[in-house]
Write a protein that binds this ligand. Structure first.
Ligand SMILES: Nc1ncnc2c1ncn2[C@@H]1O[C@H](COP(=O)(O)OP(=O)(O)OP(=O)(O)O)[C@@H](O)[C@H]1O
Ligand SMILES: [Mg+2]
Length: 327
């Protein structure tokens, strides 16, 4: 029997350096100049790691959320996560937590997503986030770092998190893009979840078809920079590769209502499954079920547990021919 990649019951922490208060509303048509009369706003706590944590909690898992929070929006975030029963630690920031804004256009059904850069964190503030992580006792066996870095935080921040996790015996799951992704992969992570655009940018080449995508995930695992790569392909499905095996998960046939949160719900499903002691292929099944489930709920809605449970039975993984990688 191959042992699961992560032991059942492993403690999970989700780090969100750029959390947000996500507002969602609807208007008939987005046009310039005119006042756009909108429906009442829905508010949600958001940002990559928070979305992952909320997905895990919905599935019945336990998770600690760690993020900076500042100003009235930061107070709202603290209150909201407490109301949702999320165990959370906050590092105070001088500037306000950002607000993100999604407008659903009634006439076309299109979604317009306005995403702000976030507050500038001082060196003392981002270092305090690392210290808060270091001070987490016991240190989480599985650590998710997800989302963009706000202004002021250096590109090597996630690389620092990766080194800290390695020192403390935690495994890092990373979902980010650009220079912070490049730097963290240099330091080495456990699981990385790029989408096609992010992996292409990291490798500096187009990945137009399955052979190119497989070669890319193989290159990444063989480089020793990560133990596994989950490459999400949007409406084309997902690929998961480890040193020993690789699978393709075809997309499920659904009518998407919203694209918001698919990637975060995908990571949430995967890490929840890993903390249950499930194997890699089952974690991909749960990732696809939750990523797809997020498309069924409108605006800032993440995957509902009932949708994930229902969808997971429809996921049919295709094992891929995979020469084991020595490294
Ligand atoms: N249109 C779709 N139809 C079917 N499945 C989808 C669709 N979009 C996403 N999915 C599922 O959700 C998973 C994650 O979506 P995606 O690849 O879009 O993540 P992402 O680009 O990280 O998204 P995000 O914008 O939330 O960061 C996909 O691998 C797939 O399984
Ligand atoms: Mg994403």
């Amino acid at each position: 029997m191959i042992p699961p990649p992560v032991a059942a019951g492993t403690a999970l922490l989700c780090l969100t350096m750029n959390p947000s208060v996500d507002l969602a509303t609807e208007t008939a048509e987005v046009v310039p100049t005119h006042k756009l009369r909108c429906s009442p706003t829905a508010h949600d706590a958001g940002g990559g790691g928070i979305n992952v944590a909320r997905t895990v909690v919905r599935l019945g898992g336990a998770c600690l959320a760690l993020c900076p929070a500042g100003g009235p929006t930061g107070d709202w975030l603290r209150r909201r996560l407490a109301e949702e029963g999320m165990a959370s630690r906050f590092v105070a920031s001088a500037e306000d937590t950002r607000v993100s804004f999604t407008v659903h256009e009634g006439r076309s059904g299109q979604e317009f997503r306005f995403v702000m850069p976030g507050p500038r964190l001082s060196e003392a503030e981002w270092r305090a986030c690392l210290d808060a992580l270091d001070a987490t006792d016991p240190f989480p066996g599985l650590l998710v770092a997800s989302g963009s870095l706000p202004p002021g935080v250096p590109d090597d921040f996630y690389a620092r998190v990766a080194r800290l996790a390695a020192e403390r015996g935690g495994r890092l799951v990373l979902d980010t893009s650009g220079a912070p992704l490049d730097a963290a992969l240099q330091a080495g992570v456990f699981l990385v979840k790029p989408n096609l655009r992010e992996l292409s940018a990291h490798l500096g080449r187009e990945l137009p078809d399955r052979p190119a995508q497989l070669a890319a995930v193989r290159q990444l695992v063989a480089s020793g920079r990560c133990e596994a790569v989950a490459l999400s392909l949007g409406h084309r499905g997902a690929l998961l590769a480890t040193r020993q095996a690789a699978w393709f998960a075809p997309p499920l046939a659904i009518e998407p209502r919203s694209a918001v949160g698919a990637g975060d719900s995908f990571v949430g499903g995967m890490v929840w499954a890993l903390t249950q002691g499930l194997g890699w292929s089952d974690s991909l099944v749960w990732g696809v079920a939750c990523g797809t489930g997020a498309l069924l709920s409108v605006s800032t809605g993440l995957c509902r547990a009932a949708d994930a449970l229902h969808l997971k039975d429809q996921v049919r993984l295709e094992p891929l021919v995979w020469e084991p990688i020595d490294c």
